[in-house]
Write a protein that binds this ligand. Structure first.
Ligand SMILES: [Zn+2]
Length: 130
């Protein structure tokens, strides 16, 4: 597999690779091996990202983005009365679930990439120190 570059990329590049669920260093290997399960290491460059813990960051970012995307539509729908209330509620609930499912893995990718770039401690680092 072709590895683009092992030079440390810029933060914006790293974050974009996280959104794409790719290795933050090379952009080739996948960050996740399942819907939310982290791959132990990159298949392109061998970077070990499996020990990086994003904890509550991804759900927080997912709800933040989903809420801000849906809020304008909810306000417009409730103020204009273009649809029955039950239909607005059904549509918003469906959109909220769909957006959360779509955004959550990408938010996890962003957090893993940011933690790697910023050099925060991993659970393996914390175990080594004790
Ligand atoms: Zn890689």
């Amino acid at each position: 597999m072709h590895v683009k570059s092992l030079e440390e990329p810029e933060l914006a590049t790293v974050l974009w690779r996280g959104v794409q669920l790719r290795c933050p260093r090379c952009g080739v290997g996948r960050l996740l091996s399942g819907y939310l399960r982290q791959a132990p290491a990159c298949s392109g460059c061998g970077l070990e990202t499996g020990d990086i813990r994003a904890d509550d960051g991804p759900p927080w970012l997912t709800l933040l983005v989903t809420g801000h995307l849906l809020a304008p539509f909810m306000i417009i729908a409730f103020m204009t009365n273009v649809m029955p209330m039950w239909l607005v509620t059904l549509l918003m609930a469906g959109l909220a679930v769909g957006l959360c499912l779509a955004i959550l893995p990408r938010a996890k990718g962003v957090f893993i990439a940011a933690i790697w770039k910023l050099g925060a401690q991993t659970s393996a680092d914390l175990t080594d120190e004790s």
